[in-house]
Design a protein around this ligand. Structure first.
Ligand code: FAD
Length: 409
């Protein structure tokens, strides 16, 4: 992380130092174990990160016992963690999204019940995606039916981050007529309720991060578990995705990107070719002009990616509507990390083919950053709408308004 930002405070720098220290001393030595285990649910890193209070980074300290920090702090924490492990960053970012939905829509009672538990290390998950409806959220089949004082939920959700470790799910399902904007509602569903079953398909990367299927069959929750009003489900899904998911994934891509650049520099500095008369001299690969140009491109992308990721959330922290900037920061970070990875793969020569080489773990992990919170084409679609001045809800504006009102109450 560069410190060339006028808005970084001592809190940001302290958190960065804490994340780096934890990364070096705990995550780095643990990664080989997680890689060797392949697709699985790690419970040790979540436990340790929970003890550090990281589940509650943006939760108010006085009211909820959180760290009381801002969205930029969250971005710094995810990016610094991703530098050491995509899986560890995946665990953090997946939990911040439902937590944001609770902050945005939760009643006073719901917030007082759940946010202090989250601050103390309760992991959460957001359940939106279904096998036949990913980007097209309104096309989901899962339903909730009201019966007396309860809702009965039936849904098949997939690609759910923290599926196996979350104690609380925020579940978005249909309560109205298919296709209508207010046909979805959001519910708080405790993970130990009857009728919930989790399973985990094999994933290409982020080993240790549980990202699986959650089936809900006739799961009953009390009417008080409705999050917001009936019909607020789309707002819950979109707001959490725009103001939290997109910057979180931008931060994950940023941390992995940074590591790609550093791994490549280490590799090029450590690799020599013989040169000069009778091959008596040696030159580092990083001294070759063509290689240096590629490194310049990688560094340039990384610097731009970091600035976009930081600036977007800084706007949010200042209370300025910034949907476009949040979308752009996710798109640019994902594309730029992919482009630098292509350069890095080329610069690693044959070593990029060895599954035990650090660069190949980064290749696998980066593949999991594109889809969550909307694939690149969805971000492009949103940016096109912005360019064409299509009138759309500004989810960041609504989030800022609602959370300010709640704070003032
Ligand atoms: C690691 C990981 C973590 C995830 N975590 C969660 C989670 O915690 N909770 C959750 O609910 N979901 C989660 N997801 C799911 C993720 O949100 C979806 O994968 C994503 O929304 C895309 O949906 P899809 O995979 O069904 O792709 P589809 O929607 O089928 O899209 C496939 C492709 O079609 C194109 N496309 C589709 N629609 C459009 C459009 N309108 N405009 C332009 N192009 C389009 C794009 O190229 C897109 O990439 C996660 C996914 C991954 C991989």
């Amino acid at each position: 992380m560069s410190t060339a930002y006028t808005y970084l405070t001592d809190d940001h720098l302290r958190l960065r130092d804490q994340a780096q220290e934890f990364g070096h001393s705990v995550i780095a030595p643990y990664v080989p174990h997680m890689e060797a285990a392949g697709t699985h649910t790690d419970r040790e890193l979540p436990r340790l990160m929970g003890e550090l209070g990281w589940c509650g980074v943006i939760l108010d300290a006085e009211e909820y016992g959180g760290m009381g920090l801002d969205h930029l702090s969250k971005t710094i924490l995810i990016a610094e963690t991703a530098y050491f492990s995509g899986a560890a960053a995946g665990i953090l970012q997946a939990s911040y999204i439902p937590t944001t939905a609770i902050l945005y829509l939760g009643s006073e009672e719901q917030k007082r019940l759940w946010l202090p538990q989250i601050a103390q290390g309760l992991w959460t998950a957001i359940l939106v995606t279904e096998p036949d409806s990913g980007s097209h959220v309104l096309g989901m089949d899962g339903t909730a039916r009201r019966k007396g004082g309860e809702w009965i939920i039936n849904a098949r959700k997939c690609f759910i981050g923290n599926s196996h470790i979350a104690g609380l799910h925020v579940v978005v399902v249909r309560t109205g007529r298919p296709g209508e904007p207010r046909s979805l509602s959001a519910f708080l569903v405790e993970a130990d309720r009857d009728g919930i079953e989790v399973s985990q398909p094999d994933l290409v990367g982020m080993h240790g991060f549980a990202c699986g299927n959650v089936n809900l069959r006739d799961v009953r929750v009390p009417a008080t578990n409705l999050l917001g009003d009936v019909g607020d489900g789309l707002a819950a899904a979109y707001t959490a995705s725009v103001v939290c998911g997109r910057p979180n994934l931008a931060a994950t891509a940023l941390g992995l990107h940074h590591r790609v650049v550093d791994e490549t520099i280490d590799f090029l500095n450590g690799r020599h070719r013989k040169t000069g008369k009778r091959h008596r001299e040696t030159r580092k690969l990083s001294d070759l002009p063509v290689v240096r140009h590629r490194l310049a491109d990688m560094e340039s992308r990384l610097m731009t990616a970091e600035r976009l990721a930081y600036d977007a959330v800084h706007l949010l922290d200042r209370g300025q509507p910034c949907d476009g900037e949040l979308v752009q920061s996710k798109l640019f970070n994902n594309v730029a990390a992919g482009e630098s990875l292509r350069d890095a793969t080329s610069l690693h020569g044959g070593y990029a083919a060895r599954t035990d080489h650090p660069i190949t773990r980064l290749m696998r992990d980066i593949q999991l950053v594109g889809a969550p919170a909307g694939p690149d084409d969805i971000q492009r679609h949103r940016l096109t709408e912005k360019a064409l001045k299509v009138d759309r809800t500004q989810w960041s504006e609504d989030f800022i308004r609602r959370t300010r009102l709640a704070a003032a109450a």
